[in-house]
Design a binder for this molecule. Sequence first.
Ligand SMILES: NC(=O)c1ccc[n+]([C@@H]2O[C@H](COP(=O)([O-])OP(=O)(O)OC[C@H]3O[C@@H](n4cnc5c(N)ncnc54)[C@H](O)[C@@H]3O)[C@@H](O)[C@H]2O)c1
Length: 462
Amino acid sequence: MNSSRRDFLMQSGAASVAAAAMGTQIIGAEPAKPAAKKTLRVGYVGVGSKGSQHVGHLLRMEGVELRAVCDIVDLQCRETQAQAKRLDKHVPTIYSRGERDFERMCADEELDLVYTATPWELHVPVCLAAMKNGKHAATEIPAAYTLEECWQLVETSEKTGRHLCMMENVNYMPDELLIYNMVRRGVLGELIHAEGGYLHDTRQLKMNDHGDGLWLGNHHATRNGNLYPCHGVGPLAWYTNINRGDRLDYMVSMSSKARGLDLYAAEHLPAEHPKRKRKYINGDVNTCLIRTVNGISITLTHDTDLPRPYSRNNLVQGTKGLVSGWPKLTVSLEVPGNPHPPWESGDKFRAKHESALWTHAKEVHAKLPGITKDFGPILKDAVWHYAPDPEVRHGDFLEDYRLVEALRSGIAPDFDVYDAATWSAIAVLSEKSVADRSRPVDFPDFTKGKWKKNPPIQIMGV
Ligand SMILES: NC(=O)c1ccc[n+]([C@@H]2O[C@H](COP(=O)([O-])OP(=O)(O)OC[C@H]3O[C@@H](n4cnc5c(N)ncnc54)[C@H](O)[C@@H]3O)[C@@H](O)[C@H]2O)c1
């Protein structure tokens, strides 16, 4: 048995006791003593807009040492170093010698975790380099966007015994966690249907000459489907036990015509601008309709190129009622004798079902060095934009906190490689269905049958 595999199994074993305490799901756990929390040594790849936010958390969290930072833009690495110095933390070594310098970082540095927030193209290469060098890997969404890459992640994680976590922050937002509690407590009865999506006007972002503007629009000019499905499917997958008792079975996907980005480019960019000259082909609104093996239907919408307010839909319907997350949390539960139960404000349900994990994370977040009530110092010394909504900031923090706590305690994180592969595969399968007149496409079973026995995920607060 190689040392990574042994380490993984030892950690899994140690996990069972700690998991019981933390309410965390463990796959393949063996009984053993809980491990003492260790310092987590992290290497970060891609400190742009989102990566800088994660790094801002990691530099302030107890028990984390940011040992290395990698970006093709040296200035951004130096900004991270400067932030570490200001916080009196270990100053990370810089890896900024070109496109593949993350490979040198993964090979040379003694790290427990490599975490990446690069453009989509690099998520798989970084995660593979990390796992093959004995490090756990965490990646921003989506983890991959071809089926081959999804399988590569699964096979490499299984072979090396390293965790691969795709970091879906939306799963930790307050309403998503509240609905999670309501589902687990049976308030909605047996689940029948769910709706999610990413409905966010990001036209301007794609037309920028910096940040996401350098790469995101390329996907909309070359692909047609549900390109960013993870925010929508993430929480629904937790509610419906995907890969943990149920499985995504098949899907049909349809795209509308594409108009939004062409019109936006024509209105905002000079005639000779390359982003104006190219044609955007991704349908403005894509809808996926998925059926699970256990008979739940799920719709996922991708709607990012038209003027509209933000939404993720997040509707969950069961035999006793339904919850709708947007534009405001509303609930309708069966009232015996009343064939027309009313919609009620979700606020009425907060006191009873608010997640204990959420409340806990809010307290920890508020105590982080440099994070004041208004987050002033962080905003000032980081190059990234911090989410303006405090609720979103806590959710963003909670995903990093959960990951760090799990890895420090030697227990399995909330997300596994099967989540990463399954949720990411939606994009490529939707492209396939769209290209074939919306005919059904089957989901691969990345778990190879393990989904039948895996227990539902349990997170603190239920
Ligand atoms: N979960 C969320 O809410 C959320 C929000 C925004 C972005 N994201 C995800 O985060 C990722 C990054 O998005 P962003 O908005 O921060 O983009 P960005 O363009 O601002 O940042 C990407 C960074 O990666 C660096 N980079 C590019 N090539 C590199 C290479 N070969 N080696 C090392 N570094 C390299 C860039 O220089 C840049 O600093 C994307 O996957 C995106 O989908 C997630």
